[in-house]
Design a protein around this ligand. Structure first.
Ligand code: MN
Length: 502
């Protein structure tokens, strides 16, 4: 679980008009505040929901949209039509609004008061048709938005809002994210490449390349005392074999990672980077591949992608931010090797070293072993197995004409002991089964790298995709390959046409 430290705001606006008279509008405002208080108390997402105002003129609507655009803390809006708000008033505001919004289609009272209902009540409670007028103008303008229907105290409605709020956090993080790349792409790998200009236009995220030498300058400035204090922290948090602590060579390997952790963290924080990549092909000046250092930085909330994979680095950061304060962790992940026994096909997920211990079950063990690739010194790393239960693998690809999110629901099962494999590992059974899931994944061009999350649901990812205007394909218990192939073909047409002449 990652703690949230940001100050996200979502603005609640209520649509109405002057026709109703002052008294009704006063009641609309009182009810709106009650709804905001109710939702605020019920949702778990680390977002402050702020009631803005009852909007009754085009000028007021336009102003609140402009204000939302220019507010650094506002990550989205909730719109509710308590009464009827003639929607031509909304055109200019909605046309310019760049923050996402959810249309909460609710009403103040849950039930119709059969014995007391009169024309005053009818005058005040008009969401049923007021919401339709607002829906029309959004549909007419072709605006993507989420519609949540039901009473505002209904736990199902609260849950849907919570999911949307977390997706809004993800979108906001993506729109301001800076990714640092130490070295370029692993040579000749295709899927980790992509158009960084397109990414910045689509998402707002920016990718910045550095030579490893830039990092070495930071490493040289790491003090002996910060290395020692990190080493003491490692001894407290992880199991370390006595033979390791008795061997000066092993201790120095661990301290090298402490130096990497401290230096990389300073580099990232100085530049405002919340995600980064490394590549084992470009380690000039580094004594070993950052293993433990990367694991520790991911645990602190930084996104990471190996082999120059900036898209997965961004995605790992985003799923961590979206899941703030939720149970479970998130990590960079790779489908490594298969167990193809027809009685239960599974995937062993791992990486050379870089798996985040936020997904671990129990206390990780800190070990030093040789790496059979890259030709550098033996790196220290955390070894553990992941907690069991439901999880997602999420992948982001650049298809040339669009970005595609691909998500597969998996069931993490217990990993048998692997005495000769000293890396963090996860064993999962994909939904609906490995044969269909891997088939669909490969047909969709899904990457071997993913962001693995134990906290988010498919709905979180779908809301994020909708908000950022990109495609999302889902592989879960309902997937069948014939429909999946048809969806890919239909999407090709949709995304080709919807983009217009560019
Ligand atoms: Mn890899």
């Amino acid at each position: 679980m990652m703690k949230n430290t940001n100050k996200y705001e979502v603005w609640f606006v209520t649509g109405s008009q002057h026709l109703y008279g002052e008294e009704t509008l006063k009641q609309v405002e009182i009810n709106s505040k009650a709804v905001v208080a109710g939702i605020s108390g019920a949702v778990k997402a680390p977002v402050k929901i702020i009631f803005k105002s009852v909007l009754t003129t085009p000028e007021a609507i336009t102003k609140v949209c402009y204000d939302a655009n220019s507010s650094e803390d506002c990550i989205g809006l909730i719109a509710w039509m308590h009464t009827f708000s003639p929607a031509k008033m909304w055109i200019t505001g909605l046309k310019h609004l760049v923050k996402p919004y959810v249309h909460l289609h609710t009403q103040y009272n849950r039930d119709i008061p059969w014995n007391d209902i009169d024309m005053d009540f009818m005058n005040l409670n008009q969401s049923a048709h007021g919401g339709r007028e607002f829906g029309f103008i959004n549909a007419r303008m072709g605006i993507e938005r989420k519609v949540v229907v039901g009473h505002w105290k209904d736990p199902e409605v609260v849950k849907e809002l919570d999911i949307w709020l977390r997706a809004a956090i993800g979108r906001h993080e993506l729109s301001t994210l800076k990714v640092a790349r130490f070295g370029d792409n692993m040579r000749s790998v295709a899927v980790t490449e992509g158009n960084k200009v397109s990414a910045e236009i689509q998402f707002g995220l920016s990718v910045h390349g550095y030579g490893v030498g830039d990092l070495v300058d930071y490493l040289n400035n790491v003090s002996e005392s910060s290395v020692n204090s990190l080493f003491n922290e490692y001894k407290e948090q992880y199991t370390i074999n006595k033979s390791v602590l008795d061997d000066p060579q092993y201790i120095s390997a661990i301290k090298d990672q402490a130096k990497l952790e401290s230096g990389m963290k300073s580099f990232l924080d100085d530049g405002g980077f919340k995600a980064f990549t490394t590549t084992f092909e470009d380690l000039h000046g580094l004594i070993q591949l950052p293993g433990l250092a990367v694991q520790r930085l991911m645990y602190q909330g930084y996104g990471f992608g190996a082999e120059g994979d900036w898209k997965t680095a961004a995605l790992v950061r985003v799923v961590k931010a979206m899941a703030a304060d939720l149970k479970g962790g998130a990590s960079f992940m790779e489908d490594y090797t298969y167990h193809l026994d027809p009685k239960g096909m599974k995937v062993l997920g791992a990486h050379m070293l870089e798996v985040c211990s936020s997904i671990a079950s129990g206390r990780p063990s800190l070990e030093v072993h040789p790496l059979s690739i890259g030709g550098k010194a033996d790196p220290a790393r955390l070894v553990f197995k992941a907690a069991t239960g439901e999880a997602l693998n999420v992948s982001l690809m650049d298809l040339g004409n669009r970005y595609r999110l691909l998500v597969n629901k998996v069931e993490v099962v217990d990993t048998p002991d692997l005495p000769k494999l000293p890396v963090a590992r996860v064993l999962w059974a994909p939904k609906p089964d490995l044969k269909i899931a891997a088939g669909a994944w490969i047909l969709a061009g899904g990457a071997h790298h993913t962001a693995f999350t134990q906290s988010l649901s498919i709905d979180h990812i779908l809301d994020l995709a909708e908000m950022t205007g990109i495609e999302c394909l889902v592989i879960d218990e309902n997937t069948n390959l014939d429909d999946f192939k048809k969806e890919i073909k239909l999407n090709e047409v949709y995304y080709y046409i919807s983009k217009g002449i560019r």
